[in-house]
Design a protein. Sequence first.
Length: 393
Amino acid sequence: MADAHPVIEQLHVENYRVLRDVTFERLTPLTVLFGPNGSGKSTVFDVFAFLYDAMTQGLRKACDDRNGVAQIRSKGCEDNIVIELKYRQGKGEKLITYRLEIGDQAGRPVVRQERLSWATTGDSGRPRNIVDLNNGQGNVYDDEDGTHRLEKLESPDVLAVSALGQLSRHPNVSALRRFITGWYLSYINADQTRTTPSVGPSEHLSRTGDNLPNVLQYLQENDPQRLARIFSAMRARVPQLDDLRAVPLQDGRLMLQLRDRAFSEPILARFTSDGTLKLLAYLTVLYSAEPPAIIGIEEPENQLHPKLLSVLAEELREASAASQVFVSTHSPYLVDEMRAEEVWLLHRGEAGFAKAVRASSVPIITTMIESGGKLGDLWMEGYFPNADPIASV
């Protein structure tokens, strides 16, 4: 079952902010990005978020939320923004390529090209174009009769995959739409987890974690076994934790309460440590009953004790058996727990745009690892080229 989830094998980006021309290839189930501030780690995550937003809210809204196409496009560039994914629905499945090119017309975003293709006879065979549209019109493969039909979308800023993926006669398009809209991209903030939302169960955690009490309410009512697993994992990391629950208040709000075994009265979430709340939020995602196809977590080390990072790395690796996990970090302790093929260094080149280097492609790194070195230590000792934030200034 672990092999059945979709896996992105390659991500190629052009002209998206500092990602002028970057390719991540042969991606692993667990991928970790590190590098100096401003090197492009958050921008990689925003590429995923942009695709998700464009698919769920529309291209115009996704661009407007980022101050328009002009602010997304790389500085000094007038070419189309390009995002291309190569992925498989499961191990051994056909290679699928989705390419999206975005331009602008009078300041408004338009889809210059959108192409979805599937390999037919092996990865080297000629791919079949399922969707091939330029400026809102082109050919779409109809699975019901096995022919291509001319389609014209009502607006040049509409994504064909979003529109056609809702129709049953286009199952291949629908599969891509479900894949992208099923991603979970975390921007968990400890302060947000302290909110007191309205009573009402939520099955999935929000990006910021502001509905954490609602998720615990859902687990209490619908999946106590999973809640027990999460609580057991929390107890292993926070030994003094004795209980946690979501408690309805008289005014209709929901309060998260945790109890320290040293005290008889529970502690309200607003008095609980940032690290404890963030760890709890991460575990609700990593222990999901229906794991997201993609899990993205930015800088999980924030507000966590360094000794908890090796444990979190174990949880991330275990989760990567059912989801593809992407993590950005500034922590050598977390990088220490990774394999060289899982780690990518991002840095800015002489022209100011990002470059991505896989750790296993750096000869001195592989040599040092064979001699017993750890990636985080090698990072701190200066073995990674262009990884020093001071030298990069």
